[in-house]
Design a protein around this ligand. Structure first.
Ligand SMILES: Nc1ncnc2c1ncn2[C@@H]1O[C@H](COP(=O)(O)OP(=O)(O)OP(=O)(O)O)[C@@H](O)[C@H]1O
Ligand SMILES: [Mg+2]
Length: 492
């Protein structure tokens, strides 16, 4: 099942059959897909959808008032009755559930509220979820169409579904309830959160990424953000089906990866950079030794020879931190064929550029930036963050010689993620790094009024990248038709 299906919970839409690729060679991807003919004019600033009426969630929020009062009372009475036993790590989950169920029976019996059998059962299950699971967000975490869950305090739980942010009517009982859920989540992965270290970044055993912030740093109660992990890694064709890239761009970028080109995926927060990085990494030949370095391990590579490393935060005394930069430096001694860095965001940029310029070709990474040009200036700033006193011109020369391509991705207003530009770095003119666009999103196509989606797609600019001959020398198949503007292809 592809990304589209997962996000929408229904089979993929083949879109219109305007396929651009009748003539496009398909060395790695199946024949062209289907431009779904949609897309909208501009990427949104933040992808936010104005919260209208909260969507009902499959939680207990539709309970009558008396039931939610009862739920609150039961929950608090149970927490009190169980005491520290609730958080005793030596108790197995099964045993804890047995104890909770038996105590819960007593707590409900002690309450004088009359309950139907159905309400009683519902009360038991939601309280068990609250105590043993992740509380009211448990159904959202189990819902495959939800890709992100964000709790802004106990009363405002947002989700991302089909790429859009929506307010749900899910609520925690109070700050304490959300705080306990956060402590449970981070505690399970051996991390802690308290007033002295009021934020935490962690990865759940299932791969989901969690960030929690509590007062005094967060001003409106505890905050919890969970980016759910998709158990199936996306492939190039998934991104084609989803309109993220075109078969031509996909084939070309895949060829760049096979041919050990250094490339960066740039974009804003949540633009889908890591997802695209994962797909690009899947084109690394099987026989290569790949080292991955990430803040929180998100990449899922299918190759057999992958060495994974992850950032380690400092301990409670502020010691023991292992930075991305330390890991990049260390990786150079691990005889890597490829270094895949989840995101460059600091001094590691310098080490990566040096590696790229000294024979460690084929590095891929992501970078937070608003355009390929912006990515270059950010890279420059990051090199300066390494604390080395290099003249700006020398840094630019390293960038121009090290990085060959930047693919820029954006989140659109309609929730879709698309690559909007693929730029080749061609060298320097004076003090300026020169670039040329090989693929560019067709903004002029405008927006479909009915669906609100952009109509344009990622199209070749007609410029043949300078890297083509180099790739061919390496034996990587490159077809000139990938770079022909689509209308020219239609004529053929
Ligand atoms: N090509 C895509 N099409 C549609 N949705 C996507 C696509 N790629 C990723 N997504 C969705 O966007 C969310 C964010 O993806 P991803 O983690 O790759 O973004 P990112 O740019 O790396 O984010 P961050 O800046 O937080 O690191 C995912 O949960 C997924 O639901
Ligand atoms: Mg990312």
């Amino acid at each position: 099942m592809g990304l589209y299906d997962r996000l929408t919970g229904r089979p993929g839409d083949d879109g219109d059959a305007e396929g651009e690729g009748a003539g496009a060679p398909s060395t790695m991807l199946p024949p062209p897909p289907a431009s779904n003919g949609s897309s909208n004019g501009q990427p949104s600033g933040n992808g936010l959808v104005a919260p209208q009426a909260p969507i009902p969630s499959p939680t207990t929020n539709s309970d009558d008032d008396y039931l939610s009062d009862l739920r609150r009372r039961t929950h608090l009475a149970l927490v009190k009755a169980m005491g520290p036993a609730l958080y005793d790590p030596s108790t197995s989950t099964l045993e804890l559930e047995r104890q909770v169920r038996s105590k819960l029976g007593e707590v409900i019996a002690a309450d004088s509220t009359p309950l139907s059998q159905t309400d009683r059962q519902k009360l038991i299950e939601t309280t068990i979820d609250d105590i043993l699971g992740y509380g009211p967000i448990e159904p959202l975490l189990n819902d495959r169409t939800v890709t992100e869950v964000m709790c802004n305090g106990p009363d405002a739980v947002y989700i991302e579904r089909e790429g859009k942010l929506v307010l749900t009517d899910t609520k925690f009982l109070d700050d304490g309830h959300l705080r306990r859920t956060i402590e449970k989540i981070v505690g399970e992965v051996g991390r802690r959160i308290d007033e002295s270290s009021p934020y935490v970044d962690a990865r759940l055993p299932d791969g989901s990424r969690v960030n929690a912030v509590i007062p005094p740093v967060s001003l409106d109660g505890p905050m919890l953000t969970i980016r759910k992990f998709s158990p199936e890694a996306y492939g190039g064709q998934d991104l084609v089906n989803f309109g993220t890239w075109s078969p031509k761009a996909a084939n070309f970028l895949a060829a760049c990866v096979s041919g050990k080109t250094n490339l960066l995926v740039s974009g804003g927060t949540g633009a889908g950079k890591t997802t695209t990085l994962n797909v690009l990494s899947s084109y690394i030949p099987l026989e290569e030794r790949i080292v991955t370095i990430e803040d929180a391990a998100e990449l899922q590579l299918g190759q057999p020879h992958v060495v994974r490393m992850e950032y380690r935060p400092p301990n409670i005394e502020g010691r023991g931190e292992v930075t991305i930069r330390d890991l990049v430096r260390n990786s150079l001694r691990m005889r890597p064929d490829r270094i895949v860095v989840g995101e460059v965001r600091g001094g590691e940029a310098l080490d990566m550029l040096q590696a790229m310029n000294t024979g460690h070709d084929g590095s891929i990474s992501t970078i937070h930036a608003n355009s390929p040009r912006d990515a270059l200036s950010r890279l420059e700033t990051m090199v300066l963050m390494a604390g080395v006193d290099l003249p700006v011109r020398a840094i630019r020369e390293q960038i121009a010689a090290g990085v060959q391509f930047i693919a820029h991705q954006s989140r659109f207003r309609d929730g879709s993620r698309k690559i909007t530009r693929v730029s080749e770095i061609t060298g320097m003119e004076g003090d300026v790094i020169t670039m040329q666009d090989i693929f560019e999103f067709d903004w002029k196509a405008g927006t479909d009024e009915a669906t609100g989606k952009a109509r344009g797609k990622l199209e070749p600019t007609g410029i043949r990248p300078s890297i083509t001959d180099h790739l061919r020398d390496l034996g990587v198949q490159v077809s000139v038709s990938w770079f022909a503007p689509d209308d020219e292809m239609a004529v053929r």
